[in-house]
Design a protein around this ligand. Structure first.
Ligand code: HEC
Ligand code: HEC
Length: 650
């Protein structure tokens, strides 16, 4: 072949490959809708869908399946709710300074924008239509809005990362789920709580879920208002992570709350003996109270649970028995095992082996360990799309927003109906970039042996679950607090003991030894690409995007020769990527030196140090290793407060 012939051949090749690309690429690469939340109009004829990635709201005619209106939002829409008279649609738009849009539910006209806090989500309106409750996720509080004046009338504290709200039928209480536990992690009783606001006084109480409850995502009330249902992960963080089956690492759960008594009735596992149902997300009930539906974001399924049968069975269970019966009645194998490990570690830490009460169960004894509890009470329905998140029910149909495929699944809930699941495309079929595919895999429990967990089970939003785990990378018996994956790829080595040379290596070993899966190399590359793209969220401690004056003073101390935090935590990543012995070794640790963590987003990643022993930076600075040796004694309270303010602003 001559040179000229070769060139023509090359051009033809390029031409034809371009043609192929043009044909395959229906939707444009990298453009996603990201449907995350769906609510029906009051007349049940329309659906409002929030597209988190495309930043708009779509009005979908249910009968035709067509998008009739599309309205751009000023920031990522995270949640929707409709006024009781059906005339207004409220849309939370999440940003550092969020807003809630008041929209005409018919025309889509934006009537008002009410300013809110950091990352607004989970709105609910009272039945009389007078008030709106909205979570400010990263301010850890809830805004109460008067809808007549369209003004925020109160901000009520929640516990940690409130995500969703539900109002009881009598309007007396608002229940709020907190995404993560807010406790030190080096004990054997760590759990997230549900906050309850008294709507009259704005006073709050909390209900603690069983130990290991983390990653709360959804809440709803039963139509009769007697119960609330909460979806979450039930982590068995106490056990060494040598197996994943039988929910040994992460089980997946639905907690049932008695709203009148304000107590937990019990926590039911939504997994089955040989098949996990990972990452339960949203929950909703049919209006007749017959079915409770749960989306499983990790396994792309919908659970349809027989509500009366579930309550009957749960209420018939013995409640936690009197102490003299513990050991005979309720001790099943798992509890004995958990207790064994707890005692073993107490001994290792040099505490008496008998410390603490015997291992506590969920309120209804034994239920939270029973992988057969829902047998015969629940149908698991496979959905067609990937990443089912938001859920709404109209009549006997469930509508599920499927985040990764830009689809909506319509599921017929009556057991005998044919063609149970229909799928509706909400836009062109998305062409996944490597990054997006990585995000999908990261959230996909189908990678895991028997689908018990995804990477996101312990690393929600690529961050952390607030729990300690006994991973096998550095030997057994020395639990480590889950690390956020923000900047992991830029700050080798990884793991608090620095045993993995790079995040790339941790991703690959994570698949193998945490998900117990063999996966092709391209999956790991996709996950790397996704994790590298994760951007820090601006700190809620910043004032208009800048350091407060206290933080400015703290900054000077941080970089000063006297305090010299920056010796080990230099800007811009706030880590020197080395190991240091700062005296933080606990009796269970085999090593003295730990990898210096980045301090970016540290406002969000409590508890602190490799074993999660401190819940606040102040505790860490005054009691912990970091500055104790050199400068603790010399810093005044004010200086410490300024230093804390700076670190929390990063
Ligand atoms: C059972 C909970 C759990 C699951 C599931 C899990 N991880 Fe982790 N991950 C952890 C804990 C705990 C650490 C910190 C361990 C340490 O410091 O020794 C960690 C650390 C990491 C790190 C190092 C972070 C750093 O900067 O030091 C990476 C990277 C990582 N995980 C990726 C993944 C990926 C990818 C998956 C899914 C394949 C995954 N993890 C699944 C618990 C988990
Ligand atoms: C000699 C090096 C060194 C110096 C100096 C130092 N640190 Fe650290 N810092 C570390 C190491 C190593 C860790 C991790 C220890 C562990 O996990 O047990 C750490 C952990 C932290 C953490 C917890 C982060 C997390 O995610 O758990 C914070 C916050 C912190 N340091 C702030 C500071 C501040 C503020 C100063 C100055 C007063 C300071 N450090 C000085 C090495 C240092």
């Amino acid at each position: 072949m001559t040179n000229q012939q070769l060139t023509i051949k090359r051009w033809m090749l390029i031409f034809f490959s371009l043609l192929v690309v043009a044909r395959v690429g229906g939707g444009e690469t990298g453009k996603y809708l990201g449907p995350c939340s769906v609510v029906p109009s009051r007349d049940g004829r329309m659906l409002y869908i929030a597209f988190a990635d495309a930043k708009h709201i779509a009005f979908v005619n249910i009968r035709s399946g067509k998008v009739t209106r599309s309205i751009a939002t000023p920031a990522k829409p995270t949640g929707l709710t409709v006024s009781p008279d059906g005339r207004e649609l409220y849309v939370t738009c999440a940003a550092t300074q969020s807003t809630i849009l008041v929209m005409d539910a018919e025309s889509g006209k934006i009537e008002a924008k009410i300013p809110l806090g950091h990352t607004a989500c989970g709105p609910t309106v009272t039945r009389d239509g007078k008030r709106l409750y909205v979570c400010n996720r990263f301010d850890n509080n809830v805004s109460v809005i008067d809808l007549e004046t369209r003004k925020v009338v109160a901000r009520v504290s929640a516990t940690r990362e409130p995500l969703a709200t539900a109002i009881t039928a009598d309007g007396k209480s608002v229940l709020i789920i907190n995404h993560l536990p807010a406790e030190r992690a080096d004990t054997f009783d760590v759990a997230a709580v549900v906050t309850i606001i008294d709507t009259q006084s704005n006073a709050t109480t909390t209900i603690r879920l069983p130990s290991g409850a983390s990653g709360l995502r959804g809440i709803c009330n039963s139509p009769d208002g007697k119960h609330a249902y909460v979806t979450h992960i039930l982590a068995r963080y106490e056990l060494p992570t040598i197996q994943v089956d039988y929910g040994w690492m992460n089980a997946n759960a639905l907690s049932v709350i008695d709203t009148k008594e304000k107590k937990l009735l019990g926590t039911v596992l939504v997994d089955e003996m040989y098949l996990g149902a990972a990452n339960p997300w949203d929950v909703a009930c049919t209006a007749d109270g017959k079915w409770i539906c749960v989306t499983h974001a990790g396994t792309h399924e919908l659970s349809v649970i027989d509500a009366p049968a579930l309550l009957k069975k749960l209420l018939a269970m013995p409640v936690k028995p009197p102490p003299e019966q513990i050991g005979e009645v309720v001790y099943d194998d798992r509890n004995e095992l958990l207790d064994y490990f707890r005692r073993l570690r107490a001994t290792l830490k040099g505490k008496p082996a008998e410390s603490g009460e015997p291992y506590t169960l969920g309120s209804a004894a034994g239920v939270s360990n029973d992988l057969n509890f829902l047998d015969g009470l629940r149908r698991r329905i496979k959905l067609k799309g990937k990443g089912p998140r938001g859920l709404s029910i109209i009549g006997s149909k469930a509508y599920v927003a499927e985040y990764f495929t830009d689809t909506l699944s319509v599921v017929e809930l009556e057991p005998k109906s044919p063609n149970m699941v229909h799928e509706l495309a909400l836009g062109p079929k998305p062409q996944l970039t490597v990054r997006r595919r990585g995000e999908m895999l990261f959230n996909d429990a189908e990678l895991c042996f028997q689908h018990w967990q995804s990477c996101a089970s312990c690393h929600p939003d690529a961050r952390m679950d607030g729990l300690n785990w006994d991973l096998t990378n550095d030997g057994i018996g020395n639990l480590k607090n889950t690390k956020s994956l923000l900047l992991s790829h830029k700050t080798p080595p990884v793991m608090s003991s620095g045993v993995r040379a790079s995040a790339e290596m941790a991703v690959r070993t994570g698949m193998k030894h945490i998900l117990f899966a063999e996966r092709p190399g391209e999956d790991a590359i996709a996950i790397d690409t996704y994790l590298k793209s994760v951007e820090p969220v601006p700190s809620p401690y910043l004032v208009d995007g800048r350091l407060s004056s206290a933080a400015e003073r703290g900054k000077k101390l941080f970089f000063s020769d006297k305090v010299s935090c920056s010796k080990c935590h230099p800007a811009p990543l706030y880590t020197d990527m080395r190991r240091h012995d700062i005296g933080s070794k606990s009796p269970c640790d085999r090593r003295r030196a730990f990898d210096t963590p980045t301090l970016i987003e540290v406002w969000r990643t409590a508890p602190y140090l490799h074993d999660g022993r401190y819940t606040t930076i102040k505790e860490l600075i005054t009691e912990g290793g970091c500055c104790r040796q050199e400068s603790d004694a010399k810093l005044t309270q004010r200086q410490i407060n300024n230093l804390v303010e700076f670190v929390l602003s990063l």
